[in-house]
Design a protein around this ligand. Sequence first.
Ligand code: ZN
Length: 281
Amino acid sequence: MRSLPPPTDTQADVFALCLNATTAPDLQARLTAIAANLTTAGIAYQANATAASLHLIPRVQSVGAVTKSELTGLYETHLSKTKGAARAIYDRIRNSAPNNRCPLCGVGNVAHCDHHLPKSRYPDLAILPSNLVPACHFCNDKKRAKYPSTAGQQTFHPYFDQHLLVDAWVSAVLNPGPPPVLVFNATPPPTWPAINQDRVRRHFEACGLAITFTTNANDELPILRDRLVLQASRGGTAAVQQFLIDERDIHLARPNSWQYATYRTLASDAWFVNEGYLTIP
Ligand SMILES: [Zn+2]
């Protein structure tokens, strides 16, 4: 997971472009009539996201005389569509993740904008920039139309939830096998508020992070074995241990990355350090 600065483009910017590109006079008139409603929904979203209470946002089927499909159509026709009137704003949001790294997992490459609250349930938030988050294929596909019914079901929001990334809550368990396999879990500190514990567990599950992290970490193990064999040839078990500790500390800036969880576990596993790594195929 990674936090991101919120988009600088506003819903008013997107709405004006959508309205200008709407050719049907009837729809244009009905959209104009709900402009203030969308503004109000955007303000409520900002307040609830800041207060970690997005579960309180009501799900709607229409706004005024504009239907759900017409609202989601604004997104599909003018925002996400190539050559859409507001496509430049979509691209700015999608490209806002440093190194194109998905903020929801910290592993995949960004491929889309994901509606944090799904447009199928919250069509009034379909074109709200702060409800659009860059995401990789895998996270986007796993998350689908999940939405929070309770405070604890709110997944990590990259624009508002930096505080959830300060402490380490991703953990790895080494199953010695053979072959050795790392298994990942969400294990938030018991001192955290219960809602935050639930939230990170929900995020971990909703984005399929156990799969993403396990795949990446176990793919790394054969390379790690060769590195540790080299370290052992230079300085024995002490050098192996120091290498694992150094790798752990290098990744401390991202305590919920699979890398930090991996090296934290391996550096403290006496069996692994004492030639257990030689059983990696
Ligand atoms: Zn992802």
